[in-house]
Design a protein around this ligand. Structure first.
Ligand code: GDP
Length: 431
């Protein structure tokens, strides 16, 4: 069977930790979208790791880690990431890369930088990892699939024709040095050597795995609000962040996805520009940022300080709905233990009217938060492993949010380690 771990919000909800934890009972873990532009932070017996391309299941000996066709594959970064974990005594993981995954080219990264420069203050807050130019080329049908590296003749011809197009833009739009197709071909030959041991027909591998009764975990990157269709367009990422896309980005039938674990953080954080209704500022935000996550809320890839806010029931209800949530994993709850009172955003006021439905972007930009304040629990809840042992105000916070979002909170994460998890029977869980 297939299970998905995805985000309800802006990303950084703690999907890495939940995937790493669920990977213990899985056979195959698949990345199905996104690229090295975001990271997952994982703390386990080998130490603390920031993964960008590898699935969060790479730390177990029994799992196969798969890079699906939907991923933006940066080959040298993948290579470096494998080396960096092996250097830290993690056993060499079993890795498979889809022969249909497309390659992030060196010029995608340059185009990302040049475009951000050109847009100046109007930029989309790109991490400049080449992701947007990569997906633009994929859909413009001038991208390169991994299998094309193994077709010498076809590759050389395509490189020359793509370079001709790119060089017009480089010269006339960006005023930057042109690409030498022969240099690029040399780089692609190096990529071929690096990736050759891992290349595989992933959809066929997964088909066999499912027929053999294996458990496959799909690991999402970012969250619903960054989805290019259903997120806060255009402040979104370039590939779908929804569990449904897992079927496409891994190459499996959609009906195989039986469980969708949507990860929701107990407060909000976001990176990049765009509307963020429950955002907080000043000392209040600084304190939450400093105490947040595991060592502060700073981007795993960029180190950028994240924008902070209270839990947003409107955005999370929407985020869970679009994911097709069967279970909510409510994370980083321990961080809120310092607060006397905890505000929660329960509605948006737009043009004088209050709504709990998440609106389209131009209305979202006008939304003001309607806040409800709940009492804090004022203690450290790390180490607690039974739901009944949580302080009453903490349980009330969880149950209040569960009612607001309408999806069952069945897991509560109260620390960054694998074992910091509380399972809960939810009244909303259908038998
Ligand atoms: P992802 O992209 O969704 O995997 O999220 P990130 O890895 O960017 O951010 C989650 C951060 O919170 C990481 O530093 C995790 O180690 C940490 N984390 C995850 N769950 C918990 C938790 O329950 N409590 C605390 N304090 N930290 C957590």
């Amino acid at each position: 069977m297939v299970k998905a771990v995805v985000g309800a919000n802006w990303g950084d909800e703690g999907k890495g930790k939940i995937t790493d934890m669920m990977a213990e009972k899985a056979d195959v873990i698949v990345r199905f979208q996104g690229g090295a532009n975001a990271g997952h932070t994982i703390v386990n017996c080998y130490g603390k790791f920031a993964l960008h391309t590898l699935p969060s299941g790479v730390f177990y000996g029994h799992t196969t880690s798969v890079i699906g066709n939907g991923v933006a594959l940066n080959i040298p970064l993948l290579f470096k990431e494998i080396q960096s974990i092996v250097e830290r005594n993690v056993p060499m993981p079993k890795i498979l890369v889809s022969d249909r995954a497309q390659i992030v080219m060196p010029y995608h990264i340059l185009f990302d930088q040049y475009e951000e420069e050109r847009l100046g203050g109007k930029s989309f807050g790109s991490t400049k990892s080449g992701i947007a130019p990569f997906y633009s080329d994929k859909y413009a049908k001038i991208g390169f699939q991994v299998n094309e590296l193994f077709d010498e003749e076809g590759l050389a011809e395509k490189v020359r024709s793509v370079c001709a197009v790119k060089n017009v833009l480089l010269k006339h739009l960006y005023n930057k040095p042109e690409i030498d197709p022969e240099e690029l071909l040399k780089t692609l030959h190096e990529y071929k050597e690096m990736i050759a041991p891992y290349v595989c027909d992933v959809s066929s591998f997964l088909d066999r795995a499912l027929k053999d009764g294996k458990t496959v975990l799909l690991e999402g990157q970012l969250g619903t609000l960054k989805d290019p269709d259903h997120g806060i367009y255009p402040m979104v990422t370039s590939s779908s962040t929804l569990a449904a896309y897992g079927a496409v980005g891994a190459g499996i039938p959609p009906y195989e996805i039986k469980q969708v674990v949507t990860v929701c953080k107990a407060y909000s954080s976001a990176v990049g520009a765009g509307a963020f209704v429950s955002e907080i500022f000043g000392d209040e935000a600084d304190e939450l940022r400093r105490r947040g996550g595991d060592g502060g809320e700073y981007g795993a890839t960029t180190g950028r300080p994240r924008r902070m806010g209270w839990f947003d029931c409107v955005a999370s209800k929407y985020g869970c709905r679009l994911q097709g949530t069967t279970d909510v994993a409510f994370t980083v709850l321990d961080v809120l233990g310092y607060l006397d009172e905890i505000p929660v955003c329960v509605g948006y006021e737009i043009d004088g009217k209050v709504t709990t439905d998440f609106p389209v972007t131009h209305l979202l930009e006008k939304a003001k938060p309607v806040l409800r304040t709940l009492p804090g629990w004022k203690c450290d809840i790390r180490g607690i492993d039974r739901y009944e042992d949580l302080p009453e105000n903490c349980r009330n916070y969880i149950e209040f949010i569960e009612k607001q979002i309408g999806y069952p909170i069945t897991m509560i994460s109260n620390g960054p380690r694998r074992q910091d998890i509380i399972y809960r029977e939810s009244p909303l869980k259908k038998a």
